[in-house]
Design a protein around this ligand. Structure first.
Ligand SMILES: [Cu+2]
Length: 127
């Protein structure tokens, strides 16, 4: 009870001191947000093992932000590095660790990705 009261007083002081300008700024931002909603990226898991990428062709229904969640599940093979040549993205894929790579998928676009030596091939496509 006492703890809660103290928090309430603190919150009141905070609001008077700095909260009000912040609240006003927040409303402006919220208003702008209505015009440009930023939908959460579509998340798709891609497993990397001795056979390459599964799925090897990642299809999304709509253009927009896509977060590819790469997870290497096998020491066998050469999937320890993933490369998106056209985007200049290169990342290590430690065994068993999910590595997220976010890209922007445009209509009709095919974004290729490969292993470090270009043997495993995959792509993100917009249907
Ligand atoms: Cu390779």
């Amino acid at each position: 009870m006492g703890h809660r009261n103290r928090f309430t007083s603190f919150a009141a002081l905070f609001f008077i001191g700095t909260g009000l300008p912040l609240a006003l700024a927040g409303q402006v931002l919220a208003h702008e947000g209505e015009h440009a909603p930023a939908p959460a990226p579509v998340e798709i898991e891609v497993t990397v093992d001795k056979n390459g990428y599964t799925p090897s062709v990642v299809e999304v229904a709509k253009p927009g932000k896509v977060k590819l969640l790469f997870k290497r599940t096998s020491e066998v093979g050469c999937g320890e590095r993933v490369v998106f040549p056209a985007l200049g993205i290169e990342k290590d894929l430690p065994l068993g660790i999910v590595v997220a790579i976010q890209v922007e998928a445009k209509v009709g676009e095919r974004i290729a990705f490969t292993c470090g030596m270009g043997m495993y091939k995959g792509a993100l496509v917009v249907r």
